[in-house]
Design a protein around this ligand. Structure first.
Ligand SMILES: Cc1cc2nc3c(=O)[nH]c(=O)nc-3n(C[C@H](O)[C@H](O)[C@H](O)COP(=O)(O)OP(=O)(O)OC[C@H]3O[C@@H](n4cnc5c(N)ncnc54)[C@H](O)[C@@H]3O)c2cc1C
Length: 224
């Protein structure tokens, strides 16, 4: 299986980075091909600008989706976007590793989605959800939080995590056509003991051992 890990954490010794490293090592040891896109380490630019395109469809007015469609039709994405699109096309499973920031993705990862989930290749022209460009591929979120799990239950202070992640799991991944696997969530690693964190990495590695055959879960639209 070809696995792409897209990682967003500014500290290489963070627990989110340990989850990324454990995933890459475990999946490789199982014989899978693994590519890692470490967004902070590579200095990924999260801004969607005209620099994403080698040609211009409309020089008078910058409409990003129109330019993405034009670049999809003319193979004229800038090399950094094209490299990410090539990795996406190659991947059968995409794992996103990141800390929950403001109930969402770190901006650098959201910017990766803005620039790489392009109209014309990943979605658009009627290709959304079950017919999205990523159909046949699977994706999962692997994230750390600051708050405890109890604060992310349906009657918790922050609301149910599944609902908070809906804009990512439904609005980005399912919208693009991915089948979505259940997220792997590490609640408040900064407050956990080193023994508990080691045990969490063991559970994560065990889950990865069977991930090739793991069934997707149902994800819901916002307010669903
Ligand atoms: C801008 C911003 C917004 C935020 N918004 C939210 C929010 O909306 N909701 C929320 O809940 N939280 C929020 N947080 C908190 C954030 O989610 C947590 O700080 C983060 O998820 C913790 O994960 P980490 O990887 O950064 O852990 P770290 O704090 O980097 O690591 C935790 C511990 O793991 C240890 N560790 C690392 N590697 C290993 C290893 N291999 N084995 C054993 N131990 C190891 C580290 O030494 C450290 O002690 C926010 C933080 C920021 C900066």
């Amino acid at each position: 299986m070809n696995v792409l890990i897209v990682h967003a954490h500014p500290e290489a010794r963070s627990f989110a980075s340990a989850l990324k490293d454990a995933a890459a090592a475990e999946l490789r040891s199982l014989g899978h091909e693994v590519r890692v896109t470490d967004l902070y380490a590579m200095g990924f630019d999260p801004r969607l600008t005209r620099a994403d395109f080698l040609e211009t469809a409309d020089p008078a007015y910058f409409k990003p989706q129109r330019e993405q469609l034009h670049a999809s039709e003319h193979d004229s994405f800038a090399p950094d976007v094209q490299a990410q699109l090539d990795d996406l096309a190659w991947a059968q499973l995409v794992i996103f590793t990141f800390p929950l920031w403001w109930f969402s993705l770190p901006a650098i990862l959201k910017g990766w989605v803005d620039r790489v989930f392009v109209m014309g290749r990943v979605y658009g022209g009627g290709k959304v959800h079950e017919t999205g460009g990523m159909r046949g591929k699977r994706a999962m979120l692997c994230l750390t939080t600051g708050g405890p799990g109890s604060s992310y239950s349906s009657d918790g202070r922050n609301g149910a995590l599944g609902a908070l992640l809906s804009h990512v799991q439904w609005g980005m991944l399912h919208f693009a056509g991915f089948d979505v696997l259940a997220p792997f969530v590490v609640w408040g690693p900064a407050r956990a003991s080193s023994e508990d964190l080691a045990a969490t990495l063991t559970v994560w590695r065990e889950r990865l051992r069977a991930i090739e055959h793991e069934a997707p879960v149902a994800v819901e639209p916002l307010g669903g």
